[in-house]
Structure formats: structure tokens, C-alpha cells
Design a protein around this ligand. Structure first.
Ligand SMILES: C[S@@+](CC[C@H](N)C(=O)[O-])C[C@H]1O[C@@H](n2cnc3c(N)ncnc32)[C@H](O)[C@@H]1O
Length: 442
């Protein structure tokens, strides 16, 4: 099977089963023998089509008498793929985009091939006009169509950040995120790892704000990389690494991570503790625990104990027991749209109850902290309602906790003195994140 056909199958899977693109891509690529070039093109088309879904449907609806809601999934996806290639992929000629798409329609829905052919040829005859978003007098609909976002999200961003910041943010969210590695400092130093990665032909750069972080280009098929299998590194975005750095756990202490799967921060905390003391790593979903255990074992950590526990329930046995507690709570994910573009289409209803759950988890987590101990709250979203507002509401009712200045990293100088970090993809070039550091003072 070639790139476009694989992309088509993956996109059908996403559309029919509401799967996340990264999960669908991994599932379909597993055990599939294809060249790196085909893998690259298929991945590019899948992410591109998901990222630009509203825009691509807008273009289809300009030209088709049958609106996208009425088209069969197969025809809709193939049209989106064809238009995506014409509008965004300069390396592919318009004629190749049309012919390859029509060939696939002939294979999967023969009677629609004339219809698809006519639409795509119409676009290439009059590209500038047809590909333009000509929505006037409704800025929210204009941005929502051009950048493919649920309109409520655009409205929310404009209210919170203003018009210019919003366009900057949603443009940055369409960029490909860099890949970062976290050195397993128990096994190797960052400089030694950099040498080994270079010997493997990879392009690598030191990251200044995190001692153990490395930015890497052209890393493919990570699971089968020998250095990865040896446990010399793990994959993690910089903002996520920052959470454990800010928590800054000391050797021989007791730490608890109440929402820990797949284990990125748990294993970082355990490594920062130099494989001493104890890290209890919990998650409510039993099937996710093996992801944590796999990373713990691969990295050679022996100070982590993985447990199945619901953080929204108070565990009386853990009260006052821990020096460090991390609540990296479930959230709307609006900071990681670059990695999971389908988040752009979440409805308001889907995320409205999150602050209540987040507050509950934070409240319980706080009970486990010893006097003098640290509590870190983090999310990968940029909405204040899930971030600083949860913290402020918590502090109103818990005067035994205080926000403490963050001096372990230097990224958000405006706020870190106040005890929290707000990270944005368009400003910091990292996943959008929120980190608040609290101390139990009595
Ligand atoms: C943001 S993710 C955690 C990421 C993780 N800390 C890491 O760095 O790899 C939030 C996690 O919370 C878990 N979760 C959701 N509801 C929970 C609950 N009530 N109790 C415990 N864990 C929960 C989810 O399974 C999810 O893995």
C-alpha cells in the first residue's frame, strides 16, 4: 500500500471511531512495511487533513451541491485529502494530487470519481479565489474557518488574550512541534548521549533551560532505536519536563504523583531523586499502568511503585505522608493542539466539568503533603478556568498553602515570582502549559 491509501485508511479510522490521530497512526503503522518516504507523506497528509478539517470542508461546500454532512465518509475524506495536497503541499504537483485522489476514489467508490475529479479540477483552475476564505463581517467565523477551530474556542481566546495574540497562537498551533529527549542521567550524561546520538546520524541541540534536555531532528521509529531500548533517554516536551524540575524533589524523600500515566513526570521525579527514596505513581485507569511500568523498567528505576487509584477519592492512608505531591490533572489539552489537532473540535460541553474535577483532585492531593512539603499543580491547557482560577479558589479555602516563587527555571518572568508559569506555543515555542508551585506552611 502506498502513502495516500494508508493516509486514507487512517483518516477513515479517525472519522468513524473518533480516534486521536497519533494513536490511529501508530496502530496502522505497526507491522506495516513501508518506506520512510511513504510513512512521512502519509503522516503529513493525516495531520494536515485533521488540522484543517473545517477549512477543507468550507472549500468543498463552496463547490459541491451536496454539502459535506451528506457526502459518504469515503468521498468526503478523499476530497479533503486532495484539497489539502493542492492547498498546502508545494512539493506535490496539482495534477498528481488530482490523479492520485481520483485513482483512490475509483478503487473505493467508483461512481463518485467523476464528481471528485470535477471538484478538484475546478479548484486548480481557479485556485486563488476558491482557496480564499471570503467571510466578511464575522471575525470569529473567519478565524474558525481559516484555522479550523470550534467557534467557541476562538471566542474564548479573543476574550482572554485579544485578537492579535489569538491569531498568533492559532497559527503557531499549526506548526510541527520539535521532538525533545530527556537524558536518563542515571545511565549517561547529556554530553555523552549527544555524542552517541550524533554517531547515529541524528541532528541534536542542547536545550539551555533544562540541563537534561536535548532537541533532536530526524529521529524516526523511536521504539526501535537502540539507545532508547537501552533506556538512555525518554521522549518528553520541555514544558512537561519543567513540572518535575520546578517540583525539585530531593534525594531520599517521599513523592506522590496522583495522575501519572503514561509516566513522563513520575520517571523524571524518580530520576531527579537519583533512584533513592520512594515515588508512588497512581492513575485511575488500570490499562495505563503498564505504560508507566514499561518506562520505569526501561529506565532502570527501582524507586517507583505504581498503583491503581482514583485521585478524586481521598486516601486516608496517605494523609500527611509526602514531601512532594504532583497533581498533573486531566484537562482540556488546549496547550497541545500541535500534537493532537482534534482537540480544536472539542465542544464546550465536553470540557465544562473539568474545573470541578481538577479542584477535587487538587484538594485531595493537598491533604497528602507534609507540613513544609511541596504541591505542584499542572495542566497542558491555556484556559485560566482550569489553571489559575482553580488555584485561587483552592487557596481561598486552604490558608495552610501558599504559592511560592519559582526559581528553578526562567521562562515566564512575569508570573514565576508569583508562584506559577503560563506557557504558550506562540511565545515560548513549547506545548502550552500551566504550572503552579504551592507550599504547605502549617
Ligand atoms: C495529564 S495526564 C498525566 C500525564 C503524566 N503526568 C505524564 O507526565 O506522563 C492526566 C492523567 O490523569 C489520569 N486521570 C484521569 N482522571 C483521573 C482520576 N480521577 N484519578 C487519577 N488519575 C486520573 C488520566 O488517565 C491521565 O493519564
Amino acid at each position: 500500500m502506498k502513502a495516500r491509501e494508508i493516509a486514507f485508511k487512517i483518516l477513515c479510522d479517525i472519522e468513524e471511531n473518533n480516534n486521536y490521530s497519533n494513536i490511529a497512526i501508530n496502530k496502522h503503522f505497526k507491522n506495516l512495511k513501508i518506506s520512510n518516504q511513504d510513512r512521512g507523506l502519509a503522516t503529513e497528509i493525516v495531520y494536515g487533513v485533521v488540522e484543517n478539517k473545517y477549512y477543507l470542508d468550507y472549500v468543498i461546500n463552496k463547490l459541491s451541491k451536496i454539502k459535506t454532512q451528506k457526502l459518504s465518509i469515503c468521498v468526503k475524506i478523499l476530497l479533503r485529502m486532495g484539497i489539502y495536497q493542492i492547498a498546502f503541499l508545494n512539493s506535490i504537483s496539482d495534477y498528481a494530487a488530482v490523479n492520485e485522489t481520483v485513482n483512490l476514489v475509483k478503487k473505493y467508490d467508483k461512481r463518485s470519481s467523476g464528481f471528485v475529479n470535477a471538484i478538484l479540477r475546478n479548484i486548480i483552475r481557479n485556485k486563488d479565489e476558491i482557496l480564499n476564505v471570503d467571510i466578511e463581517n464575522d471575525d470569529i467565523m473567519y478565524l474558525s474557518t481559516k484555522y479550523s477551530y470550534s467557534p467557541w474556542m476562538i471566542k474564548n481566546f479573543i476574550n482572554s488574550f485579544g485578537r492579535d495574540f489569538t491569531e498568533d497562537l492559532i497559527e503557531a498551533n499549526n506548526e510541527k512541534p520539535s521532538i525533545y529527549l530527556r537524558t536518563n542521567t542515571l545511565k549517561i550524561s547529556r554530553d555523552e548521549l549527544i555524542e552517541k546520538l550524533k554517531e547515529n546520524g541524528l541532528k541534536v541541540y542542547k536545550v539551555s533551560i533544562i540541563d537534561e534536555a536535548i532537541k533532536v531532528e530526524n529521529l524516526k521509529d523511536i521504539e526501535n532505536n537502540e539507545l532508547f531500548k537501552e533506556g538512555l533517554f525518554t521522549i518528553q516536551d520541555i514544558s512537561s519536563m519543567m513540572a518535575s524540575k520546578v517540583l525539585n524533589p530531593k534525594e531520599n524523600s517521599n513523592a506522590l504523583d496522583v495522575c501519572s500515566a503514561p509516566g513522563g513526570k513520575t520517571t523524571h521525579i524518580a530520576t531527579l531523586m537519583n533512584n533513592t527514596g520512594k515515588v508512588i505513581s497512581r492513575d485511575v485507569f488500570e490499562h495505563k499502568l503498564k505504560l508507566i511500568n514499561n518506562t520505569v523498567n526501561r529506565l532502570g528505576l527501582t524507586n517507583v511503585e505504581v498503583q491503581n487509584f482514583d485521585a478524586s477519592i481521598l486516601d486516608e492512608n496517605s494523609v500527611d505522608k509526602f514531601d512532594y505531591v504532583l497533581a498533573d490533572v486531566p484537562c482540556s489539552g488546549l496547550g497541545i493542539i500541535r500534537r493532537k489537532p482534534e482537540i480544536k473540535y472539542k465542544s464546550k460541553a465536553e470540557i465544562k466539568d473539568l474545573p470541578v474535577l481538577q479542584r477535587k483532585i487538587l484538594e485531595n492531593a493537598s491533604k497528602y503533603v507534609k507540613v513544609g512539603g511541596s504541591l505542584l499543580y499542572s495542566t497542558c491547557t491555556i484556559l485560566d478556568s482550569e489553571n489559575i482560577e482553580v488555584i485561587n479558589n483552592f487557596l481561598k479555602e486552604n490558608d495552610n498553602f501558599e504559592l511560592v516563587p519559582i526559581d528553578e527555571v526562567n521562562v515566564d518572568l512575569d508570573n514565576q515570582e508569583k508562584g506559577y508559569l503560563k506557557i504558550y506555543p506562540n511565545i515560548h515555542g513549547m506545548d502550552g502549559f500551566f504550572i503552579a508551585k504551592l507550599k504547605r506552611v502549617r
